[in-house]
Design a protein around this ligand. Structure first.
Ligand code: DI6
Ligand code: FE
Length: 408
């Protein structure tokens, strides 16, 4: 028999293939890789006595738990400046809307992002990325949405692509041109939507800078009709869509995302059960963002019971951004999802592995420990998988394997 490239023995395997969920399936396990794929994941029985006969390189996992590599499926990681001053103003009593009207809010990040070079954006994002990677993130989605001109949006996407060349991580980029109305389009919202649909999306598609298209469908952002214009263009250019839906009010965002077979609908605090049912039919993943819920002190919970009832996959993400979620820990999001939304630790783990991968259209490729899947996984210094959601601010990550190679 041909030997595997690398074999980890003395391992406990969590989050294996659907059907082998729940997570404590294998206590005396082994996992092997061949190239960038998992070649074996299961009971170690006959392997553990003579592991050298099975693989060129054998690693003793020391009884540690192994999970799939973490997937952070919703971030705005690339941006200029920060909004710490705005945080202080909000603590002093100012509202998000007042700050926005005074030229702050998203617009202040747009100004800082436009002023930054691609190189400066990469330099600013890199330490943030490193914080996430240190906790076992192996796949991250990064959105544009702070440039809001054709050139500045493409600059943000190029910066995101560049990050992928600098670190052992897969970056999926999402064009979020319809994030906010740029100041120079005040009173001409239709013209800006036309720019996104007719110029920005075609350019991003042609230059292969975007893997998906997103929009912010909200009273303070874009209407459902405008969102449809953006989505129609995305479809025409072969790009799947995602949606910031029903975060602050119910505009029917969940159903709209479903209508366009969106990969995911994100936030969802105000979504109706009909919207959730439509998502289930369309195969649209729910992405919950407890960091933004916490940081904006929101009170309306996403409809967890309806998501469970209709069996919509629930993903969790950091939503890293300077305004509503300056969160540089994906593990902390597991804790918040459990305490704030009452997810179980097992659901939370699925949210940053299997469901996170599904939310990026990568569910067939990664997010579970099973043969044929991408060999992205993490060894943890924990007693049980629920510890990942239990500790706050601990980083029990021991070793990360990306594409079958040990990340150093
Ligand atoms: N929803 C959010 O919470 C962020 N973007 C979005 O569409 C806010 C982004 C910001 O305040 O900079
Ligand atoms: Fe977001």
């Amino acid at each position: 028999m041909a030997k595997w490239d690398r074999l980890w023995i003395n391992a406990r395997l969590a989050a294996m293939r659907p059907g082998f969920w729940p997570y404590g399936a294998i206590q005396e396990g082994a996992i092997a890789v061949e190239g960038d794929r998992i070649a074996f994941a299961g009971v170690a029985a006959e392997i553990k006595d003579k592991p050298q006969e099975f693989a060129h390189e054998v690693i003793d996992a020391g009884g540690r738990w192994i999970t799939p590599g973490l997937v952070d499926c919703h971030t705005h990681l690339v941006f200029g400046g920060d909004r710490a001053d705005e945080f202080e103003k909000r603590l002093g009593g100012a509202t998000y809307e007042e700050i926005a009207r005074a030229g702050g809010g998203i617009r202040s990040t747009v100004a800082a992002t436009r002023a930054a070079s691609e190189h400066a954006l990469v330099a600013a994002a890199l330490p943030r990325l490193d914080r996430l990677l240190a906790e076992g993130v192996t796949t991250i989605e990064i959105k544009s949405g702070y440039g809001l001109t054709v050139d500045d949006e493409l600059k943000q996407l190029r910066a995101a692509r560049r990050l992928a060349q600098m670190r052992p991580v897969d970056v999926r980029t999402t064009l979020l041109g319809a994030h906010a109305l740029p100041p120079e389009y005040e009173g001409r919202q239709a013209d800006y939507v036309a720019l996104v649909a007719n110029e920005l999306i075609p350019r991003a598609a042609k230059e292969k800078l975007a893997d998906a298209v997103d929009a912010f469908c909200e009273k303070i952002a874009f209407t459902p009709a405008e969102t449809e214009t953006v989505f129609a263009s995305a479809k025409k250019h072969g790009l799947p869509v995602k949606l910031h839906a029903d975060q602050l009010s119910d505009l029917g965002g969940a159903a709209l995302a479903a209508k366009y077979k969106a990969l995911s609908a994100d936030h969802l605090e105000f979504s109706s059960e009909e919207g959730i049912a439509a998502m289930a039919k369309a195969g649209t993943v729910a992405v919950l963002l407890p960091g933004a819920f916490y940081f904006l002190r929101e009170t309306r919970q996403p409809p967890i019971a309806a998501l469970r009832k209709h069996k919509v996959p629930i993903a969790l993400a950091s939503d890293v951004n300077p305004g509503s979620s300056p969160a540089l820990s994906l593990l902390l999001m597991l804790n918040m999802a459990c305490t704030l939304f009452r997810l179980t630790p097992e659901e939370a783990l699925a949210g940053v592995t299997r469901a996170g991968a599904q939310a990026l259209g990568l569910g067939q490729d990664r997010g579970v420990l099973a043969p044929g899947y991408r060999a992205d996984f993490v060894l943890w210094n924990i007693e049980r998988p629920a510890d990942l959601a239990y500790w706050m601010g601990a980083n029990p990550c021991h070793q990360v394997v990306k594409d079958g190679k040990i990340r150093t």
